[in-house]
Design a protein around this ligand. Structure first.
Ligand code: FAD
Length: 462
């Protein structure tokens, strides 16, 4: 482990307003934790920044001392990229301002915010930012990879609503990235992850969704999964963008609206969100209720902040996690049968097979407008493998890997934010050839020494 001379650290402390943590300092162990309990890495130093100047000083210190840099936004990345062994963790989690401009319906969001911070402030004005579905996910990593959730079919991915970002680059400069300023950098950070710099704030367009949405969850019998999914795949693709219906296969949590004998049983959960008049929404979900038998349902007007936090408890910090994912070309009968057969064998009660429907506003954005590729994908297949004990590592990892390999033939690419540590070829699968070449050019220009490499890495090609 790298150690530092006292005067080196003292000099650094003098120009750093946040907190610097060395391994024997109080708070070091909690600061280095990330969401995925598989990663127990120990940085030589943690720089807990409170502003862009701190981030610049941290980058400069890391460069001067030859330290590997890991950047922590929300720490949610399932591949554990927010923390490194040895090296420096640049921790943005103290930078959580959200400033909403009601008139322009925009928000300035600090690089260390969690999604819940954004909902909390924007909802004061009946606004929301199109982003993810778990309130403790970080805005930083989610946005830089793309960002989708309940309202993205209507309002686009998070990157489609990004107006500008403040970025600390590899040489310690603070640049604005927007369509007007440094447009190549702006293009790259919309899908290319944290490869080009550290974003200290994002300015995003908000969506006027109000405070309540018609939403809920229908729980179907797993025994009918094949029949239900065959219906679902065609039905959801005909729905207006205001309606988002997803699909999750898992063991039922002890939800109060389910009979107790269903708790712990394999089920197909069908959550939905409708952005519009309730009666119209009721009509649209009727067929979902009628096809195959339901164990139960909970449907109604929900406060957006509550709905957004409704799934938090199923994915709390600290468990062991291994994610595998594909974009699916279609949900063919063959694909459905394979998916259901693997779901039936999930190794632990906490695993999930999650199939969001993606089409809508994001698919109408021209493919090369941002670095997010494969925008026309109808469905994503996410294999969320989750368990508590190291003793279950082998069987959990094998299930996920085998499931993933067997569904490869139905796939077209992957979402970069759902990748585990799978090597460079797999990172390329998140992009088309043309997008990858452009990403390399942006990397060559803004980070030719690849100092930002703790990510789904795009190496400089020079
Ligand atoms: C439970 C759960 C639910 C999820 N739900 C969704 C969802 O609904 N929609 C969706 O699109 N994705 C979702 N994701 C995936 C999510 O987008 C990624 O895990 C993302 O990396 C999380 O960002 P973070 O800032 O929390 O992660 P971190 O682990 O902190 O960072 C991830 C990567 O981004 C970099 N990074 C983070 N912040 C910055 C920054 N400000 N500047 C530069 N680089 C930065 C890090 O260095 C790292 O390489 C979910 C993940 C989990 C675990």
């Amino acid at each position: 482990m790298t150690t530092f001379q006292n005067n080196t650290i003292n000099d650094f402390r003098e120009k750093f307003r946040g907190t610097l943590l060395l391994p024997d300092n109080h708070g070091y162990d909690s600061a280095r934790k990330v969401w995925n309990g598989m990663f127990d890495r120990k940085p030589a130093i943690i720089a807990r920044c409170i502003g862009s100047s701190d981030v610049i000083n941290a980058v400069q210190f890391a460069r001067e001392n030859n330290l590997l840099i890991a950047v922590k936004g929300g720490g949610h990345n399932s591949a554990g990229k927010a923390v490194c062994d040895d090296g420096m963790m640049i921790d943005l989690s103290l930078m959580r301002r959200v400033l909403v401009d009601k008139k322009s319906e925009t928000a300035l969001v600090d690089g260390g915010c969690l999604l819940g911070d954004v909902d909390y402030e924007t909802q004061l004005h009946g606004l929301a930012v199109s982003a993810g579905i778990v309130s403790h996910t970080g805005v930083g990593g989610l946005t830089l990879g793309g960002g989708f959730g309940w309202i993205s079919r209507k309002y686009g991915f998070t990157i489609d609503n990004l107006i500008s970002a403040e970025v600390v680059t590899a040489d310690g400069e603070l640049l604005t990235a927007s369509n007007e300023e440094n447009p190549d950098l702006f293009w790259g950070i919309r899908g290319g992850g944290g490869n080009f710099g550290i974003v200290t704030s994002f300015t995003v367009k908000c969506a006027p969704i109000g405070n309540e949405v018609f939403s809920g969850m229908i729980i179907k019998k797993f025994e009918d999964a094949g029949e239900y999914i065959r219906f679902h795949r065609d039905y959801v693709r005909k729905l207006p963008d205001e309606m988002t219906v997803w699909l999750v296969m898992r063991h039922a949590p002890p939800l109060p609206f389910l009979p107790t004998d269903v708790h712990g049983k394999m089920v197909v959960a069908v959550p939905f969100v409708w952005l519009g008049d309730r009666d119209e929404g009721e009509e649209l979900i009727k067929p979902l209720r009628e096809i195959t038998v339901s164990h139960g349902e909970e449907i109604g007007m929900n406060l957006w902040v509550n709905w957004q936090a409704g799934f938090d408890g199923l994915c709390e910090h600290g468990a062991r996690n291994y994610w595998k994912s594909h974009h699916l070309k279609e949900l063919s009968n063959d694909c459905i049968d394979t998916v259901v057969a693997f779901a039936a064998k999930m190794p632990t009660d906490e695993c999930e097979v999650f199939i969001p429907h993606m089409e809508g506003a994001p698919s109408r954005v021209p493919e090369l407008d941002t670095a997010f590729a494969h925008r026309n994908t109808p469905f994503v297949l996410n294999i969320h493998t989750r368990w508590q004990n190291m003793a279950d590592d082998d069987r959990s990892l094998s299930w996920a890997r085998e499931f993933h390999a067997e569904t490869e033939k139905f796939a077209q690419g992957v979402y970069v934010n759902f990748l585990s540590d799978e090597g460079e070829t797999r990172v390329r699968d998140a992009y088309t050839k043309e997008v990858w070449q452009r990403l390399e050019q942006v990397k060559n220009k803004y980070d030719p020494d690849n100092i930002f490499q703790m990510n789904q890495n795009i190496k400089p090609s020079l």
